[in-house]
Design a binder for this molecule. Structure first.
Ligand code: CUA
Length: 323
């Protein structure tokens, strides 16, 4: 999906850029090493037995001697796997606790992400910013770490928040606030996905995290905090927007639109995609989306707005001013 809209390459858990993801890769390598060793031993012995004891010319067809019961062998194949499981269990527990014990520092950025069918609401409570589907965070340097702590909530069903290069999956559960953190060390855009089946458009819940150098992040914050621009030529469209049902679900700060069921549109055009990654955010796609969201995203909970062609043009002309 990310590739389809050209945001960033398909993410790999083997290319981490944040502490929890580094820990997960380390643990994966340990598990891979152990299971590879087991595979080589088991497959090796199997191949040896096949070759060494294969049927040969002149075989007399008699059954070889059958061995029943051997305390030594049985102990070996019980105790060794048990020890392997203990090692995997203890190592995994140690990594989990190490990641969870991490406390928020005063420099940490606090974000709340709310899973919705089928998009992510992203709030920066201390900065007064609300956006959707595209997280923006500062890079976290070694000298002065600025991690981002994320509180995860759900507006409806269980989702799962997962950006493979930054951290493990954390479930997003109705009625419960889960916490996780990231400290991305390299600027760039990292792709994530909803990791828990949550209905028809489970695959249409793209998530991106853009990691900015400090000054660039400050600029992004300032741009998002600014009020929606008021372009005189777009006022006809704004009147259409405020006179139809748009404002029941969407917020545009500084206008009567203060709905909370759909994404905040104050800076709609600062986002790269529409419908949580289903299409690039272009005026043509925006027109198709407003006219009938299901044409781009079957099952989307936003209704078709059924406005006339002229009004639709005005509406889109207004929406594209929301930079
Ligand atoms: Cu949300 Cu799957």
């Amino acid at each position: 999906m990310a590739a389809a809209v050209g945001i960033a390459p398909t993410p790999s858990v083997f290319a981490p850029v944040s502490t929890p993801a580094f820990a997960i890769r380390e643990l994966s390598f340990l598990v891979l090493a152990i299971v590879t060793f087991i595979f080589v031993v088991v497959a090796g012995l199997t191949v040896y037995a096949i070759i060494r004891y294969r049927r040969r010319p002149g075989d007399d067809g008699r059954e070889p001697p059958q061995v029943y019961g051997s305390t030594q062998i049985e102990l070996a194949w019980t105790v060794v796997p048990f020890l392997i499981v203990i090692v995997l269990f203890l190592t995994t527990a140690r990594y989990i606790f190490a990641i969870e014990r991490h406390e928020a520092t005063p420099d940490a950025l606090e974000i709340t992400v709310v899973g919705n069918q089928w998009w992510w609401e992203i709030r920066y409570p201390r900065l007064g910013i609300v956006t959707a589907n595209e997280l923006h965070v500062p890079v976290s340097g070694a000298a002065r770490p600025t991690p981002t702590f994320i509180t995860l909530e759900s507006a409806d069903v269980i989702h799962s928040f997962w950006i493979p290069q930054l951290a493990g999956k954390t479930d997003v559960i109705p009625g419960k606030a889960n916490r996780m953190w990231i400290d991305p060390r390299t600027p760039g855009t990292y792709v994530g996905q909803c990791g828990e089946f949550c209905g028809l458009q489970h695959a249409g819940m793209l998530l991106t995290v853009t990691v900015h150098p400090k000054e660039e992040f400050a600029r992004w914050v300032a741009a998002q905090q600014a009020a929606a621009v008021d372009v005189p030529e777009a006022r006809a469209g704004r009147d259409v927007f405020t006179s139809v049902a748009c404002i029941n679900c969407h917020t545009v700060r500084g206008t009567p639109a203060n709905g909370v069921f759909g994404p905040d549109l104050t800076h709609l055009m600062s986002r790269a995609t529409l419908g949580a990654g289903v299409a690039p955010n272009t005026p043509e796609n925006l027109r198709a989306w407003v006219n009938d969201p299901a044409s781009l995203k079957p099952g989307a909970l936003m209704p078709a707005m059924k406005v006339s062609g002229d009004e639709l043009d005005q509406l889109v002309a207004y929406l594209v001013t929301l930079r």
